[in-house]
Design a protein around this ligand. Structure first.
Ligand code: PLP
Length: 327
């Protein structure tokens, strides 16, 4: 399969909005959109998005995973950007419609149909740097994806960055393109200089998240991860893994996490996210030195939790929390 996010389904859902009112969504071919060169989003980044998946189970059924939670997070992002928050039923309905329309293109496991809800402002007004756009679009774009870790789980190497934050402290929980482009130069520099896969952002020693995933410490008894606040993205995978781990008897500690604690951790570490599910961390680079985590191996607790989550997503295990929706 081609690189994650470069292949698309045939049909997307689209709703135009104006003065806060969303028009009835339509299903339309995935194709370029006409956009005015003065469109607000192109100049002032008035946009937010979501990333979620629908999975095909061994029973042949297609299930959307945690649609309601993703809709809620999109609404929070929109509000924070002073864009109109899409009504719950409208956006959730668009997600369902797109999955139904692209059902034939949902890959078998370990692949899935990645869904990208996207909201942006199109008002042609380059003088509006300090005001929100009054019109724009909401769409849901489907993308069949393969296994993020084709060829097996590989422990990742992360640079622990204690000076530069990923984004501004009040904006980390917003899923907006501006956050990603801010993190790009430092991430590219770290990849070139240290050969790392990602940066673990820990401004002032406060361990938060990487550029595209949350960070968890795991051992045989507990999961430790940063408590939620506005500084980082509230991952749906993070939340799901914590609930599953709790069901399996692990103790959950959501609290501040220092670089010292992370560097001295004697268990496993992993990144959680929609794309990677739960990916093991093998090496941390800090102040020029490399620290090995769990002997640089994939840990048994990471594998156990990852498998448990995938089993729920694919309808192979009981969905105790009502997270999946067959469409
Ligand atoms: N943190 C960032 C910055 C992300 O981009 C993501 C995304 O996918 C996550 C965390 C994990 O979030 P989720 O589990 O909802 O995919």
């Amino acid at each position: 399969m081609t690189a994650f996010g470069t292949q698309f389904g045939q049909t997307m859902a689209l709703s135009h909005w104006r003065d806060g009112v969303f028009a009835t969504p339509e299903l339309t071919p995935v194709a370029p959109l006409p956009i005015h060169p003065a469109a607000h989003v192109l100049h002032y980044a008035s946009t937010c998005f979501e990333g979620m998946k629908a999975h095909k189970g061994t029973d042949g059924q297609v299930r959307i995973f945690r649609g309601a939670r993703h809709v809620e997070r999109m609404q929070q992002s929109a509000t924070q950007l002073r864009l109109p928050a899409p009504p719950t039923e409208l956006l959730h309905g668009m997600i369902r419609d797109v999955v139904r329309a692209n059902k034939a293109e949902v890959p078998d496991a370990p692949g899935s149909l990645y869904l990208r809800p996207l909201l942006f402002g199109t008002q042609a007004h380059i003088g509006a740097a300090a005001s929100p756009p009054n019109e724009g679009m909401l769409l849901v774009l489907p993308s069949p994806v393969g296994d993020y870790f084709a060829g097996g789980l590989r422990p990742l190497k992360l640079l622990v960055e204690t000076e530069t934050p990923r984004t501004t402290p009040h904006f980390g929980m917003v899923k907006s393109g501006a956050n990603y482009v801010q993190a790009l130069p430092i991430t590219l520099d770290a990849k070139a200089k240290y050969g790392v896969d990602q940066i673990l952002f820990a401004p002032g020693g406060d361990v938060q998240e990487t550029g595209a995933a949350n960070f968890l410490l795991i051992d045989d008894d507990r999961i430790v991860t940063r408590n939620l606040d506005t500084t980082f993205l509230h991952g749906v995978t993070r939340d799901s893994l914590l609930r599953i781990a709790e069901d399996l008897g692990y103790v959950i500690e959501e609290r501040a996490l220092s670089t010292d604690e992370v560097l001295g951790w004697r268990g496993e570490a992993a990144l959680s996210g929609t794309a990677a599910v739960l990916a093991p961390v093998g090496i941390l680079v800090h102040e020029g030195k490399e620290v090995t985590i769990n002997g640089g191996e994939v840990g048994k607790n990471v594998e156990r939790l990852r498998d448990a989550l995938l089993a729920v997503q694919r309808g192979e295990a009981e969905d105790r929390h009502g997270w999946t929706e067959v469409v």
